[in-house]
Design a protein around this ligand. Structure first.
Ligand code: ATP
Ligand code: MN
Length: 478
Protein backbone atom coordinates (compact mmCIF):
# COMPACT_ATOMS: atom_id res chain seq x y z
CA UNK A 1 0.00 0.00 0.00
CA UNK A 2 1.50 3.26 -1.13
CA UNK A 3 -0.97 5.72 0.27
CA UNK A 4 0.31 5.42 3.81
CA UNK A 5 3.04 7.85 2.92
CA UNK A 6 3.26 11.07 4.89
CA UNK A 7 4.16 14.16 2.89
CA UNK A 8 7.43 15.67 3.98
CA UNK A 9 5.96 19.14 4.29
CA UNK A 10 3.51 17.85 6.85
CA UNK A 11 5.99 15.62 8.62
CA UNK A 12 8.29 18.55 9.22
CA UNK A 13 5.56 20.22 11.30
CA UNK A 14 5.22 17.24 13.64
CA UNK A 15 6.66 16.84 17.13
CA UNK A 16 8.98 13.85 17.26
CA UNK A 17 7.42 11.13 19.43
CA UNK A 18 8.98 8.01 17.96
CA UNK A 19 6.12 7.71 15.47
CA UNK A 20 6.49 5.01 12.83
CA UNK A 21 6.09 6.69 9.46
CA UNK A 22 6.59 5.94 5.80
CA UNK A 23 7.94 8.55 3.41
CA UNK A 24 8.71 8.38 -0.27
CA UNK A 25 10.66 10.71 -2.44
CA UNK A 26 13.83 11.38 -4.38
CA UNK A 27 17.35 11.58 -3.01
CA UNK A 28 18.89 15.02 -3.12
CA UNK A 29 22.14 14.07 -1.46
CA UNK A 30 23.61 11.20 0.53
CA UNK A 31 26.37 12.29 2.89
CA UNK A 32 28.89 10.09 4.72
CA UNK A 33 26.90 6.95 3.90
CA UNK A 34 24.66 8.12 6.72
CA UNK A 35 22.48 11.16 5.96
CA UNK A 36 19.98 11.13 3.10
CA UNK A 37 18.35 14.42 2.14
CA UNK A 38 14.98 13.27 0.78
CA UNK A 39 12.55 15.43 -1.16
CA UNK A 40 9.01 14.62 -2.28
CA UNK A 41 8.05 17.87 -4.00
CA UNK A 42 5.75 19.06 -1.21
CA UNK A 43 8.34 21.60 -0.02
CA UNK A 44 11.92 22.61 -0.79
CA UNK A 45 12.95 21.58 2.70
CA UNK A 46 14.36 18.08 2.59
CA UNK A 47 13.73 15.46 5.21
CA UNK A 48 16.88 14.15 6.79
CA UNK A 49 16.81 10.36 6.80
CA UNK A 50 19.43 8.85 9.07
CA UNK A 51 20.91 5.50 8.11
CA UNK A 52 22.62 3.79 11.03
CA UNK A 53 26.05 2.53 10.18
CA UNK A 54 26.09 -1.21 9.58
CA UNK A 55 22.32 -1.58 9.60
CA UNK A 56 21.83 -1.95 5.83
CA UNK A 57 23.46 -3.94 3.12
CA UNK A 58 26.31 -2.07 1.41
CA UNK A 59 24.94 -2.97 -2.01
CA UNK A 60 21.62 -1.35 -1.16
CA UNK A 61 23.31 1.82 0.11
CA UNK A 62 25.32 2.08 -3.10
CA UNK A 63 22.06 2.53 -4.95
CA UNK A 64 21.09 5.52 -2.81
CA UNK A 65 22.37 8.23 -5.10
CA UNK A 66 21.18 11.68 -6.16
CA UNK A 67 17.96 11.29 -8.15
CA UNK A 68 17.09 7.78 -7.01
CA UNK A 69 13.61 7.24 -5.55
CA UNK A 70 13.14 5.70 -2.12
CA UNK A 71 10.54 4.32 0.17
CA UNK A 72 11.65 4.68 3.76
CA UNK A 73 9.93 3.39 6.86
CA UNK A 74 11.35 4.74 10.05
CA UNK A 75 11.01 6.35 13.44
CA UNK A 76 10.52 10.09 13.74
CA UNK A 77 13.01 11.45 16.26
CA UNK A 78 14.16 14.85 17.37
CA UNK A 79 17.11 16.01 15.33
CA UNK A 80 20.38 17.06 16.87
CA UNK A 81 21.56 18.47 13.57
CA UNK A 82 21.20 22.09 12.57
CA UNK A 83 18.36 23.27 10.33
CA UNK A 84 15.67 20.77 11.22
CA UNK A 85 13.75 19.81 14.33
CA UNK A 86 12.95 16.25 13.30
CA UNK A 87 14.61 13.50 11.31
CA UNK A 88 13.71 9.99 10.32
CA UNK A 89 15.69 7.05 11.65
CA UNK A 90 15.42 4.49 8.86
CA UNK A 91 14.23 1.00 9.74
CA UNK A 92 13.39 -0.16 6.23
CA UNK A 93 14.85 1.22 3.08
CA UNK A 94 13.71 0.38 -0.41
CA UNK A 95 15.04 1.80 -3.65
CA UNK A 96 12.01 2.20 -5.90
CA UNK A 97 14.00 3.43 -8.87
CA UNK A 98 17.74 3.78 -9.40
CA UNK A 99 19.36 6.86 -10.95
CA UNK A 100 22.74 6.05 -12.44
CA UNK A 101 25.04 8.75 -11.01
CA UNK A 102 27.08 8.64 -14.22
CA UNK A 103 24.05 9.61 -16.26
CA UNK A 104 21.67 11.59 -14.01
CA UNK A 105 22.10 15.19 -15.18
CA UNK A 106 21.08 17.00 -11.99
CA UNK A 107 23.90 17.27 -9.51
CA UNK A 108 23.65 18.88 -6.08
CA UNK A 109 25.08 22.15 -7.37
CA UNK A 110 23.67 25.15 -9.15
CA UNK A 111 22.73 24.66 -12.79
CA UNK A 112 22.03 27.48 -15.23
CA UNK A 113 18.42 28.14 -16.23
CA UNK A 114 19.43 27.64 -19.87
CA UNK A 115 20.74 24.15 -19.10
CA UNK A 116 17.64 23.33 -17.09
CA UNK A 117 15.40 24.31 -20.02
CA UNK A 118 17.05 21.55 -22.01
CA UNK A 119 16.08 19.06 -19.32
CA UNK A 120 12.66 20.49 -18.57
CA UNK A 121 11.43 16.97 -17.82
CA UNK A 122 13.73 16.83 -14.79
CA UNK A 123 13.94 20.48 -13.74
CA UNK A 124 10.86 20.17 -11.50
CA UNK A 125 13.18 18.39 -9.09
CA UNK A 126 15.28 21.49 -8.47
CA UNK A 127 14.43 23.90 -5.65
CA UNK A 128 13.89 26.78 -8.07
CA UNK A 129 11.38 24.95 -10.23
CA UNK A 130 9.78 23.28 -7.22
CA UNK A 131 8.99 26.74 -5.87
CA UNK A 132 7.92 28.20 -9.22
CA UNK A 133 5.42 25.46 -9.93
CA UNK A 134 3.96 25.38 -6.46
CA UNK A 135 3.43 29.15 -6.73
CA UNK A 136 1.94 28.70 -10.20
CA UNK A 137 -0.47 26.18 -8.76
CA UNK A 138 -1.43 28.53 -5.92
CA UNK A 139 -2.12 31.36 -8.35
CA UNK A 140 -4.29 29.13 -10.54
CA UNK A 141 -6.25 28.01 -7.51
CA UNK A 142 -6.61 31.60 -6.26
CA UNK A 143 -7.98 32.68 -9.64
CA UNK A 144 -10.82 30.17 -9.45
CA UNK A 145 -11.37 31.02 -5.80
CA UNK A 146 -11.61 34.75 -6.52
CA UNK A 147 -14.16 34.42 -9.28
CA UNK A 148 -16.12 31.72 -7.51
CA UNK A 149 -16.47 33.94 -4.44
CA UNK A 150 -17.82 36.69 -6.69
CA UNK A 151 -20.35 34.41 -8.36
CA UNK A 152 -18.73 34.36 -11.81
CA UNK A 153 -19.43 31.34 -14.02
CA UNK A 154 -16.36 29.50 -15.33
CA UNK A 155 -16.75 29.03 -19.10
CA UNK A 156 -14.61 26.76 -21.21
CA UNK A 157 -14.46 28.38 -24.62
CA UNK A 158 -13.39 26.36 -27.69
CA UNK A 159 -9.75 25.74 -28.46
CA UNK A 160 -10.52 25.26 -32.16
CA UNK A 161 -12.24 28.24 -33.73
CA UNK A 162 -13.28 29.33 -37.19
CA UNK A 163 -13.38 33.05 -36.49
CA UNK A 164 -10.30 34.71 -37.87
CA UNK A 165 -11.38 38.23 -37.04
CA UNK A 166 -9.99 38.67 -33.60
CA UNK A 167 -6.80 40.19 -34.82
CA UNK A 168 -5.00 39.35 -31.60
CA UNK A 169 -2.13 37.61 -33.30
CA UNK A 170 -0.95 35.16 -35.92
CA UNK A 171 -2.84 31.88 -35.81
CA UNK A 172 -1.96 28.21 -36.04
CA UNK A 173 -4.08 26.44 -38.65
CA UNK A 174 -5.97 23.30 -37.73
CA UNK A 175 -6.52 20.96 -40.65
CA UNK A 176 -6.65 17.33 -41.68
CA UNK A 177 -6.09 18.12 -45.35
CA UNK A 178 -3.07 16.37 -46.89
CA UNK A 179 -0.05 18.58 -47.59
CA UNK A 180 0.50 16.91 -50.91
CA UNK A 181 -2.60 16.80 -53.12
CA UNK A 182 -4.32 19.62 -51.24
CA UNK A 183 -7.83 20.01 -52.67
CA UNK A 184 -8.04 23.26 -54.62
CA UNK A 185 -10.80 25.53 -55.83
CA UNK A 186 -10.80 26.56 -59.47
CA UNK A 187 -8.98 29.76 -58.62
CA UNK A 188 -6.19 27.77 -56.97
CA UNK A 189 -7.06 28.54 -53.36
CA UNK A 190 -7.36 25.69 -50.87
CA UNK A 191 -10.81 24.10 -50.83
CA UNK A 192 -11.59 24.02 -47.14
CA UNK A 193 -14.99 22.49 -47.84
CA UNK A 194 -13.06 19.22 -48.00
CA UNK A 195 -11.45 19.86 -44.62
CA UNK A 196 -12.56 18.26 -41.36
CA UNK A 197 -14.86 21.09 -40.33
CA UNK A 198 -15.81 22.08 -43.86
CA UNK A 199 -14.14 25.44 -43.34
CA UNK A 200 -10.78 26.89 -42.36
CA UNK A 201 -10.12 26.60 -38.65
CA UNK A 202 -7.35 27.55 -36.26
CA UNK A 203 -6.28 27.38 -32.64
CA UNK A 204 -7.85 30.11 -30.57
CA UNK A 205 -5.91 33.30 -29.83
CA UNK A 206 -8.44 34.38 -27.21
CA UNK A 207 -11.70 33.17 -25.74
CA UNK A 208 -13.09 36.67 -25.45
CA UNK A 209 -15.66 36.70 -28.23
CA UNK A 210 -17.27 33.50 -26.99
CA UNK A 211 -16.91 34.81 -23.43
CA UNK A 212 -18.95 37.85 -24.39
CA UNK A 213 -21.75 35.61 -25.64
CA UNK A 214 -21.98 33.89 -22.27
CA UNK A 215 -21.78 37.18 -20.36
CA UNK A 216 -24.96 38.21 -22.17
CA UNK A 217 -26.77 35.55 -20.15
CA UNK A 218 -24.83 34.94 -16.92
CA UNK A 219 -23.72 38.57 -16.60
CA UNK A 220 -20.37 37.61 -15.12
CA UNK A 221 -18.18 34.86 -16.52
CA UNK A 222 -14.50 34.05 -16.82
CA UNK A 223 -12.42 31.73 -18.92
CA UNK A 224 -9.09 30.18 -17.95
CA UNK A 225 -7.56 28.19 -20.75
CA UNK A 226 -4.78 27.82 -23.26
CA UNK A 227 -4.39 30.25 -26.15
CA UNK A 228 -2.07 30.05 -29.12
CA UNK A 229 -0.25 32.68 -31.10
CA UNK A 230 2.12 31.91 -33.92
CA UNK A 231 3.92 35.17 -33.39
CA UNK A 232 7.52 34.84 -34.34
CA UNK A 233 8.67 37.07 -31.51
CA UNK A 234 11.43 35.42 -29.62
CA UNK A 235 11.16 37.53 -26.48
CA UNK A 236 11.33 36.69 -22.79
CA UNK A 237 7.61 37.54 -22.50
CA UNK A 238 6.01 35.71 -25.43
CA UNK A 239 5.05 32.06 -25.78
CA UNK A 240 3.34 30.37 -28.71
CA UNK A 241 1.11 28.56 -26.22
CA UNK A 242 0.10 30.38 -23.06
CA UNK A 243 -2.76 30.44 -20.59
CA UNK A 244 -5.12 33.32 -20.32
CA UNK A 245 -7.79 34.35 -17.85
CA UNK A 246 -10.55 36.34 -19.51
CA UNK A 247 -13.39 37.68 -17.37
CA UNK A 248 -16.26 39.27 -19.21
CA UNK A 249 -18.91 41.24 -17.35
CA UNK A 250 -22.28 42.67 -18.35
CA UNK A 251 -23.26 45.97 -16.71
CA UNK A 252 -19.63 47.07 -16.33
CA UNK A 253 -18.03 50.18 -17.73
CA UNK A 254 -14.32 50.89 -18.10
CA UNK A 255 -13.95 52.02 -14.51
CA UNK A 256 -15.72 48.94 -13.13
CA UNK A 257 -13.43 46.90 -15.33
CA UNK A 258 -10.29 48.55 -13.93
CA UNK A 259 -11.52 48.15 -10.38
CA UNK A 260 -12.14 44.45 -10.90
CA UNK A 261 -8.76 43.88 -12.56
CA UNK A 262 -6.92 45.66 -9.78
CA UNK A 263 -8.78 43.83 -7.03
CA UNK A 264 -8.20 40.53 -8.83
CA UNK A 265 -4.45 40.98 -9.23
CA UNK A 266 -4.06 42.01 -5.60
CA UNK A 267 -6.15 39.08 -4.43
CA UNK A 268 -4.18 36.40 -6.21
CA UNK A 269 -0.82 37.86 -5.19
CA UNK A 270 -1.96 38.03 -1.60
CA UNK A 271 -3.15 34.44 -1.78
CA UNK A 272 0.30 33.29 -2.85
CA UNK A 273 1.93 35.41 -0.15
CA UNK A 274 -0.30 33.93 2.52
CA UNK A 275 -0.01 30.34 1.33
CA UNK A 276 3.40 30.01 -0.30
CA UNK A 277 5.60 32.06 1.97
CA UNK A 278 8.45 29.56 2.02
CA UNK A 279 8.58 29.28 -1.77
CA UNK A 280 8.40 33.03 -2.25
CA UNK A 281 11.18 33.56 0.27
CA UNK A 282 13.28 31.03 -1.57
CA UNK A 283 12.59 32.79 -4.89
CA UNK A 284 13.33 36.17 -3.31
CA UNK A 285 16.74 34.92 -2.22
CA UNK A 286 17.37 33.43 -5.63
CA UNK A 287 16.55 36.75 -7.27
CA UNK A 288 18.76 38.67 -4.89
CA UNK A 289 21.66 36.35 -5.64
CA UNK A 290 21.01 36.70 -9.36
CA UNK A 291 20.88 40.48 -9.13
CA UNK A 292 24.04 40.68 -7.05
CA UNK A 293 25.87 39.85 -10.29
CA UNK A 294 24.45 42.99 -11.92
CA UNK A 295 25.78 46.55 -11.58
CA UNK A 296 24.19 48.42 -8.66
CA UNK A 297 21.89 50.58 -10.79
CA UNK A 298 20.28 47.55 -12.45
CA UNK A 299 19.32 45.88 -9.19
CA UNK A 300 15.80 46.14 -7.80
CA UNK A 301 15.30 48.63 -5.03
CA UNK A 302 12.95 46.20 -3.30
CA UNK A 303 13.16 42.50 -2.52
CA UNK A 304 10.63 40.26 -4.24
CA UNK A 305 8.50 40.06 -1.10
CA UNK A 306 8.63 43.82 -0.60
CA UNK A 307 7.62 44.36 -4.21
CA UNK A 308 4.63 42.03 -3.88
CA UNK A 309 3.49 43.65 -0.61
CA UNK A 310 3.87 47.02 -2.25
CA UNK A 311 1.60 46.00 -5.13
CA UNK A 312 -0.98 44.51 -2.77
CA UNK A 313 -1.03 47.59 -0.53
CA UNK A 314 -0.93 50.46 -3.01
CA UNK A 315 -3.33 51.85 -5.57
CA UNK A 316 -2.34 51.30 -9.16
CA UNK A 317 -1.67 54.54 -11.02
CA UNK A 318 -4.36 55.36 -13.58
CA UNK A 319 -3.52 57.55 -16.57
CA UNK A 320 -4.83 58.04 -20.08
CA UNK A 321 -2.80 57.08 -23.12
CA UNK A 322 -2.53 60.78 -23.98
CA UNK A 323 -1.04 61.51 -20.55
CA UNK A 324 1.34 58.56 -20.94
CA UNK A 325 2.64 59.98 -24.23
CA UNK A 326 3.09 63.41 -22.57
CA UNK A 327 5.13 61.81 -19.78
CA UNK A 328 7.31 59.98 -22.29
CA UNK A 329 7.86 63.10 -24.40
CA UNK A 330 8.94 65.02 -21.31
CA UNK A 331 11.15 62.23 -19.97
CA UNK A 332 14.94 62.54 -19.71
CA UNK A 333 15.09 59.21 -21.53
CA UNK A 334 13.33 60.70 -24.55
CA UNK A 335 15.32 63.93 -24.47
CA UNK A 336 18.59 62.01 -24.30
CA UNK A 337 17.38 59.80 -27.18
CA UNK A 338 17.55 56.70 -25.00
CA UNK A 339 14.45 55.13 -26.59
CA UNK A 340 15.01 52.93 -29.58
CA UNK A 341 11.49 53.59 -30.93
CA UNK A 342 9.98 56.99 -31.59
CA UNK A 343 7.35 58.52 -29.32
CA UNK A 344 4.34 60.45 -30.61
CA UNK A 345 0.58 60.34 -30.13
CA UNK A 346 -0.73 57.35 -32.06
CA UNK A 347 2.14 54.93 -31.53
CA UNK A 348 1.61 51.46 -30.13
CA UNK A 349 3.83 51.84 -27.08
CA UNK A 350 6.85 49.58 -27.15
CA UNK A 351 7.94 47.62 -24.14
CA UNK A 352 10.75 50.16 -23.47
CA UNK A 353 8.08 52.88 -23.15
CA UNK A 354 5.83 50.80 -20.92
CA UNK A 355 8.74 49.90 -18.70
CA UNK A 356 9.84 53.52 -18.45
CA UNK A 357 6.37 54.45 -17.17
CA UNK A 358 6.17 51.73 -14.54
CA UNK A 359 9.79 51.28 -13.51
CA UNK A 360 11.22 54.78 -13.76
CA UNK A 361 8.35 57.23 -13.61
CA UNK A 362 5.62 55.79 -11.37
CA UNK A 363 7.51 52.89 -9.80
CA UNK A 364 4.26 50.92 -9.48
CA UNK A 365 1.70 49.18 -11.68
CA UNK A 366 0.01 51.60 -14.08
CA UNK A 367 -3.34 51.34 -15.83
CA UNK A 368 -3.31 53.16 -19.15
CA UNK A 369 -6.72 53.98 -20.64
CA UNK A 370 -8.30 55.40 -23.78
CA UNK A 371 -5.88 54.33 -26.49
CA UNK A 372 -6.09 55.51 -30.10
CA UNK A 373 -8.72 53.46 -31.92
CA UNK A 374 -6.26 52.85 -34.76
CA UNK A 375 -4.05 50.56 -32.70
CA UNK A 376 -6.79 48.65 -30.89
CA UNK A 377 -9.23 45.86 -31.73
CA UNK A 378 -12.61 46.36 -33.42
CA UNK A 379 -14.69 45.40 -30.40
CA UNK A 380 -13.50 48.19 -28.12
CA UNK A 381 -16.02 50.88 -27.30
CA UNK A 382 -15.60 54.08 -29.29
CA UNK A 383 -15.22 57.21 -27.19
CA UNK A 384 -17.02 60.51 -27.85
CA UNK A 385 -13.83 62.15 -29.15
CA UNK A 386 -13.96 59.97 -32.26
CA UNK A 387 -10.27 59.14 -31.87
CA UNK A 388 -9.90 56.89 -28.87
CA UNK A 389 -11.49 53.72 -27.51
CA UNK A 390 -12.32 52.67 -23.93
CA UNK A 391 -9.34 50.35 -23.65
CA UNK A 392 -7.21 49.69 -20.60
CA UNK A 393 -3.86 47.99 -20.35
CA UNK A 394 -2.21 47.22 -17.04
CA UNK A 395 1.55 47.53 -17.05
CA UNK A 396 3.63 45.85 -14.37
CA UNK A 397 7.22 46.52 -13.28
CA UNK A 398 9.67 44.17 -14.98
CA UNK A 399 7.01 42.75 -17.29
CA UNK A 400 5.29 45.50 -19.23
CA UNK A 401 1.78 44.62 -20.37
CA UNK A 402 0.19 42.07 -18.07
CA UNK A 403 -3.50 42.81 -18.74
CA UNK A 404 -5.25 44.02 -21.86
CA UNK A 405 -8.92 44.92 -21.66
CA UNK A 406 -11.69 47.29 -22.62
CA UNK A 407 -15.28 48.26 -22.39
CA UNK A 408 -16.85 46.56 -25.40
CA UNK A 409 -18.81 48.30 -28.14
CA UNK A 410 -22.40 47.39 -27.33
CA UNK A 411 -24.00 49.65 -30.00
CA UNK A 412 -24.77 47.61 -33.11
CA UNK A 413 -24.40 50.38 -35.73
CA UNK A 414 -21.12 51.62 -34.30
CA UNK A 415 -19.75 48.11 -34.09
CA UNK A 416 -20.78 47.24 -37.64
CA UNK A 417 -19.35 50.46 -39.01
CA UNK A 418 -16.05 49.82 -37.28
CA UNK A 419 -15.88 46.24 -38.51
CA UNK A 420 -16.58 47.33 -42.07
CA UNK A 421 -13.87 49.95 -41.95
CA UNK A 422 -11.46 47.28 -40.70
CA UNK A 423 -12.56 44.80 -43.40
CA UNK A 424 -13.87 42.31 -40.88
CA UNK A 425 -16.58 40.15 -42.49
CA UNK A 426 -19.74 40.96 -40.56
CA UNK A 427 -21.68 38.05 -42.10
CA UNK A 428 -19.33 35.46 -40.63
CA UNK A 429 -19.63 37.14 -37.26
CA UNK A 430 -23.41 37.00 -37.24
CA UNK A 431 -23.43 35.23 -33.91
CA UNK A 432 -21.31 37.91 -32.28
CA UNK A 433 -23.45 40.71 -33.69
CA UNK A 434 -26.63 38.92 -32.54
CA UNK A 435 -25.74 39.76 -28.94
CA UNK A 436 -25.94 43.43 -29.98
CA UNK A 437 -29.26 42.79 -31.69
CA UNK A 438 -30.96 41.03 -28.81
CA UNK A 439 -30.72 42.65 -25.42
CA UNK A 440 -27.35 44.32 -25.80
CA UNK A 441 -25.95 45.83 -22.60
CA UNK A 442 -22.87 47.83 -21.67
CA UNK A 443 -20.18 45.33 -20.83
CA UNK A 444 -16.45 45.02 -20.36
CA UNK A 445 -13.70 42.50 -19.84
CA UNK A 446 -10.00 41.87 -19.87
CA UNK A 447 -7.37 39.24 -20.50
CA UNK A 448 -4.60 38.44 -18.06
CA UNK A 449 -1.68 36.44 -19.39
CA UNK A 450 -1.21 33.79 -16.73
CA UNK A 451 2.50 33.21 -17.36
CA UNK A 452 3.21 36.94 -17.17
CA UNK A 453 1.51 36.95 -13.79
CA UNK A 454 3.58 33.96 -12.66
CA UNK A 455 6.71 35.77 -13.87
CA UNK A 456 5.79 38.79 -11.82
CA UNK A 457 5.08 36.85 -8.64
CA UNK A 458 8.09 34.53 -8.83
CA UNK A 459 10.56 37.22 -9.87
CA UNK A 460 11.70 35.07 -12.78
CA UNK A 461 12.73 36.92 -15.91
CA UNK A 462 12.14 34.48 -18.76
CA UNK A 463 8.63 33.25 -19.54
CA UNK A 464 10.10 29.86 -20.56
CA UNK A 465 10.82 29.23 -16.89
CA UNK A 466 7.28 29.61 -15.56
CA UNK A 467 5.45 27.16 -17.86
CA UNK A 468 6.22 23.47 -17.65
CA UNK A 469 7.04 22.80 -21.28
CA UNK A 470 7.35 26.05 -23.23
CA UNK A 471 6.36 26.27 -26.87
CA UNK A 472 8.34 28.92 -28.68
CA UNK A 473 9.60 29.34 -32.26
CA UNK A 474 11.62 26.24 -33.22
CA UNK A 475 10.95 24.59 -29.89
CA UNK A 476 8.29 22.02 -29.01
CA UNK A 477 10.34 19.47 -27.11
CA UNK A 478 8.66 17.29 -24.46
P1 ATP B 1 1.92 42.15 -26.20
O1 ATP B 1 1.78 43.55 -26.71
O2 ATP B 1 2.77 42.02 -24.97
O3 ATP B 1 2.28 41.17 -27.27
P2 ATP B 1 -0.88 41.79 -26.64
O4 ATP B 1 -1.32 43.20 -26.82
O5 ATP B 1 -0.69 40.96 -27.84
O6 ATP B 1 0.46 41.75 -25.73
P3 ATP B 1 -3.44 40.88 -25.68
O7 ATP B 1 -3.86 40.43 -27.04
O8 ATP B 1 -4.11 42.05 -25.08
O9 ATP B 1 -1.86 41.07 -25.63
O10 ATP B 1 -3.54 39.60 -24.70
C1 ATP B 1 -3.89 39.72 -23.33
C2 ATP B 1 -2.75 39.33 -22.41
O11 ATP B 1 -2.19 38.09 -22.77
C3 ATP B 1 -1.57 40.27 -22.45
O12 ATP B 1 -1.79 41.37 -21.61
C4 ATP B 1 -0.44 39.41 -21.94
O13 ATP B 1 -0.46 39.34 -20.53
C5 ATP B 1 -0.78 38.05 -22.48
N1 ATP B 1 -0.06 37.70 -23.70
C6 ATP B 1 -0.25 38.16 -24.95
N2 ATP B 1 0.54 37.55 -25.83
C7 ATP B 1 1.26 36.64 -25.12
C8 ATP B 1 2.24 35.66 -25.47
N3 ATP B 1 2.63 35.50 -26.74
N4 ATP B 1 2.76 34.90 -24.49
C9 ATP B 1 2.36 35.05 -23.22
N5 ATP B 1 1.43 35.94 -22.81
C10 ATP B 1 0.88 36.73 -23.75
MN1 MN C 1 1.11 40.57 -28.91
Amino acid sequence: MFNKRVKIKELLTWQAQDQQVTVMGWVKTFRNNQFIALNDGSTNTNLQVVVELGKFDENLLKRVSTGASLKVEGTLVASLGKGQSVELKANKLEVLGDADPEKFPLQPKEHSLEFLREIAHLRFRTNTFGSIFRVRHALAFAIHKFFNEKGFVYMQTPVITASDAEGAGEMFKVTTLPFDKTPRNEDGTVNFKEDFFGKATNLTVSGQLEGELAAMAFAEIYTFGPTFRAENSNTTRHLAEFWMIEPEMAFYDLEDNMNLAEEFIKYIIKYAMDNNREDLEFLAQRLQKEESKLPQDQRSSMSLIEKLSFVVNNQFERITYTEAIEILLNSPAYKKKKFQYDVKWGIDMQSEHERYLVEKHFKKPVIVTNYPAEIKAFYMRQNEDGKTVAAMDILAPGIGEIVGGSQREERLEKLEARMKSMHIPTEEMWWYLDTRRFGSVPHAGFGLGFERMVLFVTGMTNIRDVIAFPRTPKNAEF
